[in-house]
Design a protein around this ligand. Structure first.
Ligand code: ADE
Length: 222
């Protein structure tokens, strides 16, 4: 998979690309990530990419031209163009699985007050990571990349994500490790029994219980 990021703040991605599982996935050639500075697509003398909104109002609006030019430069017939915006569809694990099958993603990170509405005409998918407003689309784009890259074949063991939260619309079961008694807090007896059938049964029950207590909304099928 190849991912192109269009941003006004390329340095925000330095840590993300150089640590942990993402770094390993890049080194193992499971994913190629290219960070593009939108200002390099500006034709204006001062490299600006935003301007005041027509009709007045606060803040600056991301202009069409640098975004249209960047997409024209980077897109091919297999590309999916994604715009990060709090006004997009709310991102879910199901979308992560769908995106993990794509060959080429371009992710536009909006900034400041917003973007020229006409940019929407060249976007395939608008995504929000939740009902709150961040200063820009950079962190949301990292959320999308992180959740998608870990699903690419061979990036992590498949078993690690098959039973985790949100598969089957259920939260994950509780996990424990050594010591067996930590300051009076005990590991549930069943996990020490070595009886795999009982352990599986307990884990299944715990997933249902945890979900009904913490995220009952997940149990209501849409
Ligand atoms: N840009 C600002 N806030 C956002 C959000 N919640 N999701 C996606 N992009 C954003």
């Amino acid at each position: 998979m190849k991912i192109e990021i269009l941003t006004l703040f390329p340095k925000m991605f330095d840590g993300f690309l150089s640590e942990s599982i993402i770094k390993r996935a890049i080194n193992d050639k499971k994913v190629e990530i290219n960070i593009h500075d939108l200002r390099s697509y500006s034709k204006l003398a001062n490299h600006s990419v935003d301007d005041y909104p027509y009709g007045g109002g606060k803040g600056m609006v991301l202009m069409c031209e640098p975004v249209f030019d960047a997409i024209a430069d980077l897109k091919n017939d297999k590309t999916k163009v994604i715009m990060m915006t709090p006004a997009g569809s709310v991102y879910k694990q199901k979308i992560a699985y769908e995106l993990a099958t794509e060959e080429h993603l371009i992710i536009i990170c909006g900034h400041y007050e917003g973007f020229d509405e006409r940019i929407r005409t060249i976007v395939d998918l608008e995504l929000s990571i939740g009902d709150y407003v961040l200063t820009g689309g950079e962190i949301p784009s990292m959320v999308i990349m992180d959740s998608v890259i870990r699903l690419i074949d061979g990036v992590i063991e498949e078993e690690s994500h098959l039973k985790e939260s949100f598969n089957d619309d259920l939260l994950d079961y509780p996990n424990y490790t050594k010591p067996q008694n930590f300051r009076g807090l005990e590991v549930p007896e069943v996990l020490l029994s070595g009886h795999h059938q009982n352990i599986d049964k307990w884990r299944k029950e715990q997933r249902a219980l945890k979900t009904s207590l913490i995220r009952p909304d997940l149990l209501k099928k849409d």
